[in-house]
Design a binder for this molecule. Structure first.
Ligand code: TXA
Ligand code: MG
Length: 309
């Protein structure tokens, strides 16, 4: 599907998959109840789990939420970019379902030029969760989306997502709290704010803090120190899980590169494992620092219920 078609579908209250710098999103007009309902339906996501609203500028964001001084500073520093801010919601034409009836709203300005143009040209805020079926692996290419939705959703191809991990989500309604680790690390945020801040301690404020999430179909075993020949191996740096089937998140041990490769490699590992009838994808230990924290969070949720070493 080309850009003009995507614009037309959005204006007609339809749903399209489109690129962002983090992962592909499943987008529709956030002011249209019809479009928002379709998003939940296609994604098979419970309607109690609200969507992120994508706008093209801070000015637009201010129409939908009350930004504290700190929230505004964060927006000025990191937008456009992979940061989502949760703020108190203003009365606005947004569909109530998009925010699951909450008093707060999760909002971000993406850095992807195609998405920014679509928002500007349609003059619509776009509700967009990641373009995967609920709890499945997130998509970082148009191909992943095609596969995940079995060709049933039109996809605007904007190349592979550069960050490869979802946006970091910060609750700015009271004390700044990380609700979801993502591409912008806690170290970067803490040094910018010149303060420490809270980490989420329970999931009550992040309706999507599901334990099982980002999950391939093949069982995922994390923190693996060895693996059998019947397992797919995902290495990092010089880890040496040995299998006839293996990939490396970053041969040079670079965590940012590993983040950007994560979902693509998991998709590939899943496809090969299914094809070769391997029962398990074993992933080497990923260092628990910087963006490694977000990577570990995704892997832990993806492996929820499976045993790890
Ligand atoms: O990088 C991203 O953020 C991608 C791209 C497409 O922008 N989007 C994304 O959306 O990851 P989604 O729906 O897959 O994840 C958004 C998370 C969900 O866990 C949801 O529960 C949470 O944000 N969320 C949305 N509104 C919220 C709110 N008002 N308060 C707390 N959490 C909220
Ligand atoms: Mg998601």
């Amino acid at each position: 599907m080309n850009y003009a078609k995507a614009l037309k579908i959005i204006l007609e209250g339809g749903v399209v998959a489109l690129p962002t710098e983090t992962v592909y999103g499943l987008a529709g007009d956030a002011t249209s109840n019809l479009a928002v309902s379709k998003i939940y339906e296609v994604k098979q996501r419970p309607k109690t789990n609200p969507l992120i609203i994508h706008v093209s500028s801070i000015e637009d964001a201010l129409q939908y939420g009350y930004f504290s001084e700190c929230a505004l500073r964060l927006a000025e520093k990191f937008w456009p970019g992979p940061l989502t801010l949760v703020v108190n919601k203003k009365l606005s034409p947004l569909s109530l379902e998009a925010t699951a009836g909450l008093d707060t709203i999760a909002i971000r300005v993406s850095a992807h030029p195609m998405l920014l143009s679509l928002i500007k040209e349609s003059k619509k805020p776009l509700a967009a969760p990641s373009a995967n079926i609920y709890t499945k692996l997130s998509p970082t290419t148009a191909y992943h989306v095609e596969e995940g939705f079995e060709g049933k959703v039109p996809v605007l191809d904007g190349g592979a997502s550069v960050c490869g991990l979802e946006s970091t989500i910060l609750d700015c309604t009271e004390e700044i709290t990380i609700l979801r680790h993502g591409f912008i690390t806690s170290e970067i945020l803490a040094s910018f704010l010149e303060t420490s801040f809270l980490e989420r301690t329970n999931s009550s404020k992040a309706p999507g803090g599901n334990k099982l999430h980002y999950s391939p179909e093949t069982t995922l075993r994390i923190n693996a120190e060895s693996c059998g020949p019947d397992e797919f191996a995902i290495n990092f740096g010089d880890s040496n899980l040995n299998s006839p089937y293996q990939l490396n998140l970053s041969i040079k041990g670079d965590l940012t590169e590993a983040a950007s490769n994560l979902y693509n490699i998991m998709h590939e590992a899943d496809v090969i494992s299914k094809h070769k009838k391997l029962k398990v994808i074993a992933v080497a230990k990923i260092p628990y620092r910087g963006i490694g924290i977000a990577i570990n969070d995704k892997l832990e949720r993806g492996s929820y219920g499976a045993e790890s070493e």
